[in-house]
Design a protein. Structure first.
Length: 212
């Protein structure tokens, strides 16, 4: 009989967690907490952690305030945990990840931009999916595709006007993406304040909202 790979992994595998999370804690705790309320498609090796800050109640309040929301899918790969090990960041090769942007999301992105609104990406995964589509097509387009986009300082953003993101590991591609969006000195100052004020870092930590 045909093997249902997702079901098999769910029964015999273990929840993939970042190395800094204590794995001796109850797996059931992480299976509930390390997931967004709007996740639908299995396939990612890690949760889009900026999305962990959102509850259904909060999303309802945001929509009631007149903010339109849309979803994208990006299957985060194992390479998300890897630091940059090259002396020249341009030589770093990103892992390939699969993403999907629906027609509804692409149309809302277009309408928001045309009306003078702002597009706020929730997390680096959403930003990478939107920017990948815009780089490929000139505008955000409904598609299923793979991306190995590496966003670092000097990158010209095409699709996003703001970013909600957690505090990331040093020397990570995620931190470089954030630096590209708001400037290296600005992000270093923000991280300095975060450390001084006792903000929590990484997957279960606090988040920052960066507006262009």
């Amino acid at each position: 009989p045909a093997l249902d790979l997702i079901a098999y992994l769910g029964e015999h595998g273990e929840l993939p967690l970042p190395p800094y999370i204590r794995k001796e804690e109850a797996a059931t705790l992480h299976s509930e907490r390390y997931q967004t309320v709007f996740a639908k498609e299995p396939g990612a090796i890690a949760a889009p952690t900026a999305g962990l800050h959102f509850t259904r109640e909060l999303l309802s309040k945001i929509e009631a305030a007149g903010v339109k929301t849309a979803t994208v899918t990006l299957h985060v790969g194992m390479g998300t945990f890897l630091p940059v090990r090259t002396d020249n960041i341009v030589e770093h090769k990103m892992h390939t990840e699969w993403y999907e942007i629906s027609e509804e999301t692409a149309e809302l992105h277009k309408a928001t931009r045309e009306s003078g609104g702002r597009v706020i990406a929730i997390g680096t995964t959403s930003m990478r999916a939107l920017e990948s589509s815009a780089q490929r097509n000139g505008v955000v387009t409904s598609e299923q595709a793979e991306t190995d986009i590496f966003i670092f300082p000097g990158y010209e953003f095409l699709a996003v006007d703001g970013l909600l993101t957690n505090f990331h590991l040093p020397k990570s591609t995620l931190l470089m993406l954030v630096s590209a969006f708001c400037g290296r000195e600005r992000i270093l100052e923000a991280y300095k304040v975060a450390v001084e004020e006792g903000y929590r870092f990484f997957s279960y930590g606090d988040a920052m909202l960066i507006l262009d």
